[in-house]
Design a binder for this molecule. Structure first.
Ligand code: DC
Length: 221
């Protein structure tokens, strides 16, 4: 056992696309004074780079080779995670339809996941985090006691993405993310499910705080 364990901890927020987990994670982080880490942005950023380099998303060998050639820098602006690839922040390009359509293929590649999981765990060197994604409670931080699986009915999620201006085949992406062999979307052991279908943003945050208190996190009123 380490004599000097990290003073930092992770709150894992997992769930399907457009379940409202990003908003929830952001507001929770704000309320608790932690850094919010959007792990999906990391998978999107690698997908962006692959498409920029005109690499076929099905060409796993070329993608694995690219991983050794690029520099991915993950950081924080004090509130939210930031990411650059070879010094470039892809910004709004991360939400492009081409990324939506290819990110599940790229994120199913074990070498991609390995690289990003190291960077995700690295955040705890500097701060405690609220990290949202698909495998945060199951793979990235399986030992954290603080795990929430955010779910919402499919029509609610489709409406949410429509409102964000995204035409996104959510059902297709969720199916791919749930069926892949490596780190599929699952309800992690020890996670509490929060059904976000009928919550307002405020009541969803309140429900999450209640869950975290039940999981043992001390949160002042
Ligand atoms: O959270 P998001 O919709 O921006 O995530 C985009 C994709 O990234 C998602 O369809 C699957 C992948 N992803 C993943 O495989 N593991 C994570 N921890 C986060 C995202």
């Amino acid at each position: 056992m380490s004599s000097n364990p990290s003073p930092h901890f992770a709150i894992a927020i997992d769930g399907p696309a457009a379940s409202g987990k990003s908003t929830l994670a952001r507001l929770l982080a704000q309320r608790l004074g932690l850094t919010m880490v959007n792990s999906g942005a990391m998978y999107r950023a690698i997908t962006w780079k692959i498409l920029q380099q005109n690499i076929d998303p099905q060409d796993t060998a070329a993608i694995v080779k690219l991983l050794d050639l690029i520099t991915i820098q993950c950081g924080s602006d004090g509130i939210m995670s930031t990411i650059t690839i070879d010094g470039v922040d892809p910004g709004d390009a991360l939400r492009a339809e081409a990324i939506n359509n290819n990110v599940s293929t790229i994120s199913a590649i074990p070498e991609v996941r390995e690289k990003l999981i190291d960077l995700q765990r690295g955040y705890l060197t500097h701060s405690s985090v609220v990290m949202e994604g698909r495998d945060i409670g199951s793979v990235v931080f399986p030992d954290t006691p603080y795990k929430i699986y955010v779910d919402a009915a499919e029509h609610v999620r489709a409406a949410r993405r429509g409102k964000d201006g995204e035409v996104d085949s959510i059902a297709k992406r969720d199916a791919a993310d749930s069926k892949r062999t490596t780190a599929p979307l699952v309800v992690a052991e020890g996670a509490t499910i929060l059904d976000n279908s009928d919550h307002t943003i405020e009541s969803g945050v309140a429900a999450a705080i209640e869950i975290l208190r039940q999981q043992g996190l001390v949160i002042p009123d």
